[in-house]
Design a protein around this ligand. Structure first.
Ligand SMILES: NC(=O)c1ccc[n+]([C@@H]2O[C@H](COP(=O)([O-])OP(=O)(O)OC[C@H]3O[C@@H](n4cnc5c(N)ncnc54)[C@H](O)[C@@H]3O)[C@@H](O)[C@H]2O)c1
Length: 446
């Protein structure tokens, strides 16, 4: 479903009216286009501590124009070109008095950001630090990042990455995602990066040689995920209920993939799935999901049971079975489609919210188990995404869902798909047991 307000707010008349009455002014977000080679299309500015110099070493692979850390040319606010991406290393900050470096670095450049600029702050996991003063200062980065993300305009985003020292030389994969339009609808997020034994060898096809299963792939977000994984080189296997066979087969034909007609809640779903995948699997995306909304007072057992069965019990059972049978190969990647509703809760969605919060628990609980075989499991929590599901919402709720976020709009299925594709990469073994929100920094659950 299209959001005509964005076009209006960006027209000459709309811009003046929106500014005069203080309405939200969402920007047209830049998104990744096929055939693009470099993640950053414009100047990249590096600053702060020693990790900036590490990024400078491979900055030429990210962009044609980088400034800041030696040996790169320097950049001066107001004089240098507008900046498309920024990395500030705050990992060296050991005392809260030094936090002023954040103000000194970011304040002058706010007005020199290009449209849809992507900013990234690097830090150290506060819990990994023995020095209490360093713990406090590193923890402070989170409040700063989330607040600055809310102040940015024109489609700019900002995230905080806590990097384990052993991962200092493995930043490229995360930067390729967070500094590029692939993370157009991700903002105000905090993630932890650990070292990872495997890395991507060909950035034009980071999933080459990998076999990926996507459930609920016939339409909406699932179809976008299948398309994006195929774009990145994966061989895709699309699964949906038998009633969706027509759409599923049409998509599989376009992507050169194959299909599995299966209700993931069927009593023999695990056996049938394992049977259909004799050569094993590298990536599983549990995307199939349903809503059956009612306030708890009116909730029928059927509504409760069906939502829990599709959204939580099936992913739980199938993941366990794929892992136990060895169908999910070593270094496998599991991605669960949660929701910001699982974080914030929502009136009339106690069943859905329980299922989606349960998926976050599943990522946390299964991560150590899967780590024994180099595999990871993470949850992606979309906020308001323009799909068939959200088109059914009443107008008022739909508008609130779109505007109550820092980016002032709903996301596209592609935004969720890009996050899933990043977590599915070999090098993303650095991230496990975590939740990545794709919600434009929605106020819900923030
Ligand atoms: N659209 C949003 O704004 C939004 C927000 C947060 C989370 N999500 C989550 O993202 C996922 C995809 O959402 P969407 O909007 O694309 O939904 P959708 O309703 O458009 O598509 C869901 C797909 O899952 C399939 N499916 C349902 N039950 C199944 C079963 N038992 N076995 C196999 N396949 C089954 C459906 O046939 C359908 O093709 C869901 O898990 C949803 O909860 C969506």
């Amino acid at each position: 479903m299209s959001d005509r307000y964005i076009d209006f707010a960006n027209s000459d008349f709309g811009r003046r009216l929106v500014g005069a009455v203080g309405l939200p002014s969402p920007a047209h977000l830049e998104r990744w286009q096929g055939g693009r080679l470099r993640p950053v299309d414009g100047p990249l500015l590096l600053g702060g501590g020693p990790l900036a110099a590490k990024v400078a070493v491979f900055a030429g692979k990210l962009t044609a124009e980088a400034y800041g850390a030696a040996p790169l040319p320097s950049w001066t606010a107001g004089l240098g070109p507008k900046v498309k991406a920024v990395v500030f290393d705050a990992s060296h900050i050991k005392d809260s008095e030094e936090l002023k470096q954040l103000r000194e670095f970011f304040q002058p450049l706010i007005k020199s950001l290009d449209n849809s600029a992507h900013l990234l702050i690097l830090g150290r996991d506060p819990h990994s630090l023995n020095d209490p003063l360093a713990h406090i200062a590193q923890r402070a980065l989170e409040g700063f990042s989330r607040s600055l993300a809310k102040e940015l305009r024109d489609g700019a985003t900002l995230q905080l990455l806590y990097v384990a020292p052993e991962a200092d030389d493995q930043l490229e994969g995360a930067l390729r995602f967070f500094l590029s339009p692939k993370s157009a609808f991700v903002s105000g997020q905090v993630l932890f990066l650990e070292p990872c034994a495997v890395q991507v060898s060909d950035w034009t096809r980071p999933l080459a040689g990998r076999k990926a299963l996507v459930t609920g792939a016939a339409r909406g977000i699932g179809a976008a995920i299948a398309q994006t994984l195929a774009r990145d080189g994966a061989e895709v296997i699309l699964l949906d209920v038998p009633q969706a066979r027509h759409d599923l087969e049409a998509l599989a034909a376009r992507l050169g993939g194959r299909t599995i007609d299966l209700d993931i809640c069927a009593a023999d779903a695990a056996e049938r799935l394992i049977e259909a995948l004799p050569d094993g699997l590298d990536i599983v995306v549990h995307n199939a999901g349903i809503t059956r909304d009612k306030t708890l007072v009116n909730m029928t057992p059927e509504y409760w049971d069906s939502v829990l069965a599709v959204n939580l019990l099936a992913p739980q059972r199938l993941t366990q079975a794929l892992f136990d049978s060895g169908t999910l190969r070593d270094d496998g990647r599991v991605v669960l489609l949660s929701s910001t509703t699982g974080i914030a809760g929502n009136r009339g969605q106690s069943n859905y919210a329980a299922s989606k919060a349960g998926l976050i628990g599943m990522a946390e609980a299964f991560a150590p188990l899967l780590a024994q075989r180099g595999a990871t499991i993470n949850a992606v929590a979309p906020g308001f995404i323009e799909t068939h599901m959200t088109a059914q919402m009443p107008f008022g709720l739909r508008e609130a869902g779109r505007r109550l976020s820092s980016l002032g709009q709903g996301g596209q299925p592609q935004d969720v798909a890009e996050a899933v594709a990043w977590l599915a990469q070999p090098g993303s073994g650095a991230v496990s047991g975590q939740v990545l929100r794709v919600c434009g920094q929605s106020v819900l659950g923030a």
